[in-house]
Design a protein around this ligand. Structure first.
Ligand SMILES: *Cc1c(COP(=O)(O)O)cnc(C)c1O
Length: 358
């Protein structure tokens, strides 16, 4: 499918843009353009275009506003030392969006179309790459039900868009360890629910427990399983890894209630490359505390596209607070982070073929 290029009447002036990308932070600065592709039942995907980023005009009865039929993805484009642009495992994002689509009764999008949309936008807005060290262009592909109707059934019209946001180095001076609150009253996902789908509703449901974590003096909330309220699942938007003193690593198994992170999958491979034992198995909150206190557990890391790999330093659970290792960034956490970032940025060989040059 070819993308129609719509002219931009008034792109942001160079000087304003230079200021915006010098220190963009995360998620507040946006580029000039966006990609849009429409879907109509019977016709499929059509009218692929790239044009000015502008407000959408939607009917007040638009299905997404009422029943939340919406899914999204998140990936970064990187500038390599030779000046070229690259995406990290974008076909994985495309495949995951289609799995999310299955759960939300939405149409599949061909993987090539998803990747082509990301490519078009990165090349069009290449001037928006942040100038700060460690910067990247964060891409947010998303799809929503755009049909105007109030009956409850899967919509017959959808829109797929990609917008881009220059992102600074998530952590400016080193990687601080985060402190975590174990939610007692709320769960993120239940068996049979939408926990494995990247859909806005999961995030909406996480806002109250996240606010509770902040109120209690922590950075993030960790969710336990909905059935026994015992097994550690993940943070609101990051997967977890536990590192033991014998060199082995555990991460909670996928199984419908955990979002299958692409960073999670990449770290599992990098750990295997290191010759370490990585087990995908359930790990309980009580065991976590006991192992941290006995010294058997030496590191815990959280991972996701936005912040890559982040150490967890302190935890407040139902039985009180405990510290992980020294409370600061652990050794393996730092090493994995460096290895992954170097591959993404084209500063190290890419043995698994993860990097797609644009
Ligand atoms: C997106 C997301 C992650 C991380 O996935 P990555 O592909 O590594 O960015 C983890 N948990 C949740 C709930 C998410 O939405």
């Amino acid at each position: 499918m070819d993308f129609e290029h719509l002219p931009h009447p008034a792109p942001v002036p160079g000087e304003t843009r230079a200021q915006a990308i010098a220190d963009p932070g995360f998620g507040t600065v946006f580029t000039d353009h966006m990609v849009t592709v429409d879907y109509t039942a019977g016709e499929g995907w059509h009218s692929a275009r790239i044009g000015p980023r502008e407000p959408l005009s939607i009917d007040p009865a638009c299905a997404v506003l009422h029943y939340a039929q919406e899914i999204f993805e998140g990936l970064k484009a990187y500038r390599h030392p030779d000046g070229s642009f690259a995406l990290f495992r974008p076909e994985e994002n495309a495949a995951r969006m289609n799995r999310s689509a299955d759960r939300l009764a939405m149409p599949h999008m061909p993987e090539e179309l998803f990747v082509a949309a990301c490519r078009e936008l990165v090349l069009k807005d290449a001037d928006w790459f942040p100038t700060v060290d460690g910067g990247s262009l964060y891409l947010r592909p998303f799809m929503f039900a755009s049909e105007a109707f109030l009956g409850v059934r899967p919509a017959r019209q959808y829109k797929f868009l990609v917008i881009a946001s220059p992102a600074g180095n998530y952590f400016k001076s080193g990687v601080p360890a985060v402190s975590i609150w174990v939610s007692r009253d709320y769960v993120r996902a239940a068996p049979g629910g939408t926990g494995a789908a990247k859909t806005g509703g999961n995030y909406a449901a996480s806002l109250v427990p996240q606010a509770e974590a902040i109120e209690k003096g922590h950075d993030q909330v960790v969710f336990l399983d909905a059935v026994e309220r015992k097994w550690i699942e993940e943070l609101g938007g990051m997967n977890l890894f536990f590192v033991f003193d014998d060199g082995s690593v555990v991460t909670p198994p996928l199984g419908g209630t955990i979002l299958p992170g692409i960073t999670r999958d990449s770290l599992i491979r990098l750990l295997r490359d290191e010759g370490l034992t990585i087990r995908e198995e359930r790990y309980s909150i009580d065991q976590w505390r006991a192992d941290a206190q006995s010294g058997k557990l030496i590191e815990t890391m959280a991972c996701g596209t936005a912040a890559v790999v982040t150490p967890v330093g302190r935890v407040e659970g139902p039985e009180g607070e405990f510290t992980i290792g020294s409370g600061g960034p652990g050794q393996l956490t730092g090493k994995l982070r460096e290895r992954l970032v170097a591959i993404q940025r084209g500063q190290a060989p890419d043995p698994h073929g993860w990097v797609m040059k644009l």
